[in-house]
Design a protein around this ligand. Structure first.
Ligand SMILES: NC(=O)c1ccc[n+]([C@@H]2O[C@H](COP(=O)([O-])OP(=O)(O)OC[C@H]3O[C@@H](n4cnc5c(N)ncnc54)[C@H](O)[C@@H]3O)[C@@H](O)[C@H]2O)c1
Length: 444
């Protein structure tokens, strides 16, 4: 099939590469010429396991093309995906300007019938707006070309995006026209062969499913983070509580790991958009508001613990920070707790030496002007540091050289914002461990 994808970011690029991998002729369209020039040479703007190989192989095979020419890209495409950003407006609602600008451009340029698939995360009712924007352009042109709008939210996770796209849990398609359903069925058939994973629903259902999914996951995280705070107060190890409740199949083990809050480009903005939609539905005091509030406070929990140990004036103190990206296997620092933590420590006068496998370059811009130094070697960061702050789950940080840390850290303290170390083992090495909802005080 001939496909055009508008927006070559995380979602658009992965979608384009995976459709091309299945033999489709795919054109990824973007307005960022620099990004396109890099992609044509196999230089990817993001770090995502397996993506580079897939992009390079399919570009060489001629099935994946990068272009800024929307007109040419959709000239003989059967399907056009919209995969541009939907960042939050001031009031938390999703900014639809990019999505509607693309809809308008499609309306100005289509010459033949086409299925317009919205893959961006958008609030309920957006498909109607896309429809109107496109229709208005066709009316302006005085032409009547058949088109249909479909909603196909994306559930890939950064860090395992290619794997998630190739082997999805479910493919949600909101469509109201059987012909478009058949097009989507053909397109996704190869990703859903072993087990039928395509769920056909109404368009508004599909739009809501995406927000409800992200809000549910964010709720689990904030819930567990609040339980962890109680564990801190009552002298309980939250990790025992996590295992105790996670083994209940009604609760499940996923997304109940306490930490410094969720980040990334999706959860924070999608929860805020959900709050905004709840407001439109005149719901008050919603769970979504509590989830968002807990998350904002949670990003500062480690800073509070640092202040409890070192005092509120951190002038002259040096902290090693392991981790900058919001999660492992990505260089994405949008909404990342580590960035918030670094900023707050510096505002209190501290210096920070940060280490991350992929996110150093992007962090330099985000933390410009602050007393943050960047190193590639984790133990260079801890050299003479007053304490170590860990906000990462990249594998190489999971089993560090505790003996070496004991020698290097002045206060011999590890603040573990992801609860990846065993407090008792840290004690064995003479290290003081402070986690989220657990500390070495509990194990001694
Ligand atoms: N990142 C994720 O993990 C993820 C997962 C699921 C859903 N989503 C949703 O998918 C959407 C896209 O997210 P993303 O992370 O891929 O965004 P992104 O910011 O990485 O990429 C968006 C791309 O769109 C391009 N663009 C903007 N306006 C354009 C236009 N008029 N024409 C052509 N290109 C244009 C930008 O240059 C950019 O390359 C969002 O709604 C997001 O919520 C993201």
């Amino acid at each position: 099939m001939k496909i055009a994808i508008v927006g070559a970011g995380y979602v658009g690029l992965v979608t384009g590469a995976c459709f091309a991998e299945m033999g489709n002729n795919t054109v990824c369209v973007d307005i960022d010429e620099q990004k396109l020039a890099g992609l044509r040479q196999g230089i990817l703007p993001i770090h995502e396991p397996g993506l580079e190989q897939m992009v390079v192989a399919n570009t060489s095979a001629g099935r994946l093309v990068f272009s800024s020419d929307l007109s040419a890209a959709i000239s003989d495409a059967e399907v056009v995906f919209i995969a541009v950003g939907t960042p939050p407006n001031e009031d938390g609602s999703a900014d639809l300007s990019h999505v509607l600008a693309v809809a308008k451009s499609i309306g100005q340029k289509i010459q033949q019938p086409i299925v317009v698939v919205n893959k961006s995360t958008v609030p309920v009712g957006t498909a109607d707006k896309v429809n109107e924007a496109l229709r208005a352009e066709l009316d302006q042109r005085g032409v009547d070309i058949d088109f249909d709008v479909v909603s196909n939210p994306e559930f890939l996770r950064e860090g395992s995006a290619v794997q998630d796209f190739m082997y999805p849990d479910r493919i949600v398609v909101g469509a109201e026209n059987p012909k478009s359903e058949r097009v989507m069925e053909e397109l996704y058939g190869s990703f859903s062969k072993k087990q039928d994973r395509i769920q056909f629903v109404g368009i508004r259902d599909a739009e809501m499913i995406k927000y409800a999914a992200n809000a549910m996951l964010a709720t689990k995280i904030s819930f567990m983070n609040e339980v962890a705070l109680m564990c801190d107060e009552f002298g309980i190890d939250v990790e025992n509580v996590r295992r105790g409740i996670g083994s209940d199949p009604r609760i499940g083990p996923s997304f109940i790991y306490p930490g410094c809050g969720y980040g990334g480009s999706c959860f924070p903005k999608d929860v805020r958009a959900m709050i905004n939609m709840a407001g439109q539905a005149e719901l008050k005091d919603t769970i979504f508001e509590a989830v968002e509030r807990r998350n904002q406070l949670q990003q500062l929990v480690l800073v509070d613990k640092v202040v409890a140990q070192f005092g509120s004036d951190l002038e002259g103190k040096l902290f090693a920070l392991w981790g900058l990206a919001f999660k492992p296997e990505t260089d994405d620092i949008r909404g990342a707790p580590a960035i918030t933590i670094a900023r707050h420590l510096c505002e209190r006068g501290a210096k920070v030496v940060a280490c991350d496998p992929q996110a150093i370059e992007v962090s330099k811009e985000a933390l410009a002007g602050l007393a943050v130094e960047y190193v590639d070697d984790p133990y260079q960061a801890t050299e003479n540091a007053d304490a170590l702050i860990v906000v990462t789950e990249w594998r190489q940080f999971k089993q560090p050289d505790f003996r070496r840390l004991n020698k290097q850290l002045r206060s011999k303290t590890i603040f573990d914002g992801r609860n990846i170390y065993n407090p008792a083992r840290c004690t064995d090495y003479g290290l003081n461990y402070i986690g989220i909802g657990r500390s070495s005080a509990l194990s001694s």
